[in-house]
Design a binder for this molecule. Sequence first.
Ligand SMILES: Cc1cc2nc3c(=O)[nH]c(=O)nc-3n(C[C@H](O)[C@H](O)[C@H](O)COP(=O)(O)OP(=O)(O)OC[C@H]3O[C@@H](n4cnc5c(N)ncnc54)[C@H](O)[C@@H]3O)c2cc1C
Length: 453
Amino acid sequence: MSSRRQFIKDSSISAAALLLATSGFGGIVIGKRPKVIILGAGFAGLAAAHFLHKKKIDFIILEARNRIGGRVFSHTIDEKENLIIELGAEWVGNSHERLINLSNEFGLELLNNQFESHLIYKGEYFKPGQWDYSEGWKKKFQSIIDNYPKLSQADKLKLDKMDWWRFLVNNGCEGRDLDLRELLDSTDFGETIRSVSAFAALAEYAESSEKNEMDLKIKGGNSMLAKRIAEKIGADKIKLQHAVKRVVQNLKGGVTVYCENGQQFTADKLICTAPTFAVKKIKWEPGLPADQVNAMNELQYARINKNPVLFEKRFWEDESFDMVTDQSPHYFYHATKNQSSKKGVLISYTIGEKAAVVANQSDDWKKEMILQTLSPHFKNVKDNWERQTNYYWGNDEFSRGAYALYGKGQWFRVMPILKRSHIHTHFAGEHLADWQGFMEGAINTGEEAAEKI
Ligand SMILES: Cc1cc2nc3c(=O)[nH]c(=O)nc-3n(C[C@H](O)[C@H](O)[C@H](O)COP(=O)(O)OP(=O)(O)OC[C@H]3O[C@@H](n4cnc5c(N)ncnc54)[C@H](O)[C@@H]3O)c2cc1C
């Protein structure tokens, strides 16, 4: 099966070959090990560093924030009860081999984090087993998934030109089936499925585990992996609060990186793992090629708002509780599954425009919104409410979104351009991965960039 991965790999290999032929990249360090600067201490940057550390290649990581992990951001919401939630990435997928291997390598336990979905739709509440797609649509969708391995490259390119909502409609999805798919699938992509490439969506559903990679979670929080990698490579190798503002690449060899705090660093190569919003803010000398700048201008990131609520009791009872709604809070899930305490956290997860609206409102407004949805169907919601917090990724200073959103016609056209190396710089990050939008994708691209060096 020619997967998304294979296609992108092939295009990046040819881009790298082209670069070797035209700029002599890689030729400057014959006989000595290169020194590498890694921009960003998210999972891509840390995975690259871990790879270089094993190969005994010298590197330094420059990270703009005052913490490592990037969009992996575990947060202790109740110190006394030691309740840890994720403000960023939540699920480790069963297919996410490198992430699982690294967790094993560092002795981190992976806990089951699968859910049985409840539903609120048109004012009615359904428990798991009480709701489903129509028999006709289930059969049709299965046949679409079964047909996926038979798609030719031309079929895939054609699919990429269409949005996922249109593709579903064209395949006979309508009424309640279409409403449900829109609610569930937009939760995965973080924006309406009218903005999602039909190829990107179909590939994700056809290549993912049964629960769509919502399978596991690292005990103690997903940030534990970042912490363990940092310990292994040496904390002195990571410079926090070093926001890179300017990158000067010498065509004859070498790259100098200037930070906002006045520090500067020189190396043979740069691995840049920043999301495109942050890459564009850097002053590149020589400038990035026009098509790469255009690609960055085109690519959007999904707006996701997480509003965790700490409750004194887990009134939802089922530990594997999650719930899709057609109301403003959009999606709820039990964020403290497998963490023993009477208290528990439900996260209200909103996407797209809903996320932007919710994020701008007061705490009281957010509380009222959640109570309005839950109270008609669950007892004691208000009485058990302890407190809430909120993180809106649409306003995150470095990513301006949760993860990249490949729209109509962008998967095969935009990603290969963004993946192309620029003089002594290799790019990495979730937005360039086959497992795009996942921690696994960040790790894969970080390791691939390090491997090129
Ligand atoms: C709300 C949300 C939910 C998610 N859910 C899941 C999930 O369930 N499962 C899953 O696998 N993935 C999920 N993801 C996606 C996952 O978090 C990302 O794919 C992954 O963490 C991205 O890693 P990265 O290294 O590519 O980028 P980042 O983590 O963004 O790392 C890049 C780093 O570069 C730094 N940086 C940026 N600019 C500069 C600069 N100029 N100078 C120095 N440093 C700079 C940033 O501060 C950042 O630390 C989710 C993400 C979000 C936000």
